[in-house]
Design a protein around this ligand. Structure first.
Ligand code: DGY
Length: 322
C-alpha cells in the first residue's frame, strides 16, 4: 500500500497510533495542544489525510489552505466543526466514527440525568467543602426516576441507547420527538410515544435529553420559548452539542426555578463554560466526557484508521459523510 502522509491533530490511544503508523507516514502532534488555524491550513498542502477531532475548527479558510489533503478522517461522530460544503467543493472526502460511541455517550446521558435528579454534584461540593452536617430526612431531596417520562429530542442511535437504559434499567417511560416516527419494532420495544411537535414533547417530559446533531439546523433549538414549554419540575440533559441550547435562557430558567435542573456535557464555545452557569447549584457540568472511556476511544481511532485504509486502497469509504 502506498504510504500516504497523515496528520493526527491530537494524541490518540497508543495502540491506535501504533496501528496507524504501521500503515501510514504519520505526523503526531506530540504536544497534544490544539493546533492553530494557520497550522491546520498549512497542513492541507503537506498531508494526504487529515485526522482532526471535534476541537479542531476545519472551516473554509483551513480547507482552502492547500490542495493535497483528499480525506478528512474525523476522530469522532459529530462533524459540525467541519465545513462540509467547502470540503465538497474541493472534492475532499469526509468520514466520521458512527456507532462506536453510542453506549459511552448514552452512559454519560444517564450519569447526568442521575446526578441532576439526585443532586449528586451539590452533595459532593457540600461534603468536600466541609459543610455536610450529617443525615436528616429533608437533606438534598431529589427526584425519583421510576414512572417518570424521559423525552428524547432526536431518536437516533444514542437517543435509543439512552432510552433503553432509562426504560429497562430505571423504569422510566419513553417519549421522543424526531423528524419521523421510529421503526415500529424499536418504538414497540421501548413503548415509546412519538411527538411530532417539539413543544408537545417538552410539555410531556419530566426529563428532556438532547440527541440531535449540532450545526445550523439545530442551533438554539432549546431557546427561551422551548424552555417555557417544559414542566417546572423538569430537567434538561445535553450530551449532543452546546449550540443546541440557548445558555442564557437556560441559566435564567435554572436561577429562577423555571425548571428544576440540568446536566450538561457540551458547550457552545468549549472549553469556555457560560459564566452564568458556574455559580448555579442545580446544574451538573461535565467536560465533554461522552465518549471518554478507553474502549470507545480506541474504537473511534480504529474506525478513523479503517476509513483511511479504505481510502488508501481506493475502496468505498465505510463512514463517508460528504
Ligand atoms: C463526537 O465524537 O462527536 C463526540 O462529541 C466526542 O465525544
Amino acid at each position: 500500500m502506498e504510504r500516504l502522509r497523515v496528520l493526527v491533530t491530537r494524541r490518540w490511544p497508543e495502540e491506535v497510533e501504533r496501528a496507524l503508523a504501521d500503515r501510514f507516514d504519520v505526523t503526531l502532534n506530540e504536544t497534544d495542544e490544539p493546533l492553530s488555524q494557520q497550522r491546520l491550513a498549512a497542513a492541507m498542502d503537506e498531508f494526504d489525510i487529515l485526522c482532526p477531532t471535534v476541537f479542531d475548527r476545519i472551516d473554509a479558510d483551513v480547507i482552502g489552505g492547500g490542495d493535497r489533503v483528499r480525506l478528512i478522517a474525523n476522530y469522532g461522530v459529530g462533524f459540525d466543526h467541519i465545513d462540509l460544503e467547502a470540503a465538497r467543493a474541493k472534492n475532499i472526502a469526509v468520514t466520521n466514527t458512527p456507532g462506536v460511541l453510542t453506549d459511552a455517550t448514552a452512559d454519560i446521558a444517564m450519569t447526568l440525568l442521575l446526578m441532576a435528579a439526585r443532586r449528586a454534584g451539590e452533595g459532593e461540593r457540600e461534603l468536600r467543602s466541609g459543610r455536610w452536617d450529617g443525615w436528616r430526612p429533608t437533606h438534598l431531596i431529589g427526584s425519583a426516576l421510576r414512572g417518570k417520562v424521559l423525552g428524547l429530542v432526536g431518536f437516533g442511535r444514542i437517543g435509543i441507547a439512552t432510552a433503553m437504559r432509562a426504560k429497562h434499567g430505571f423504569g422510566m417511560k419513553i417519549a421522543y420527538y424526531a423528524r419521523r416516527e421510529a421503526d415500529a419494532d424499536i418504538a414497540a420495544g421501548l413503548d415509546a410515544e412519538f411527538h411530532p411537535e417539539l413543544s408537545s414533547l417538552l410539555a410531556a417530559s419530566d426529563f428532556v435529553s438532547l440527541h440531535v446533531p449540532g450545526g445550523e439546523d439545530t442551533a438554539g433549538l432549546i431557546d427561551a420559548e422551548a424552555i417555557s414549554a417544559m414542566k417546572a419540575s423538569a430537567y434538561l440533559i445535553n450530551t449532543a452539542r452546546g449550540g443546541v441550547i440557548d445558555h442564557e435562557a437556560l441559566a435564567d430558567a435554572l436561577s429562577t426555578g423555571r425548571i428544576a435542573g440540568a446536566g450538561l456535557d457540551v458547550y457552545p464555545q468549549e472549553p469556555q463554560i457560560p459564566a452564568a452557569l458556574l455559580g448555579l447549584e442545580n446544574v451538573v457540568l461535565l467536560p465533554h466526557l461522552g465518549s471518554a472511556n478507553s474502549e470507545t476511544r480506541i474504537a473511534m481511532g480504529m474506525k478513523a484508521l479503517a476509513n483511511a485504509e479504505a481510502f488508501a486502497r481506493g475502496e468505498a469509504l465505510p463512514d463517508l459523510i460528504a
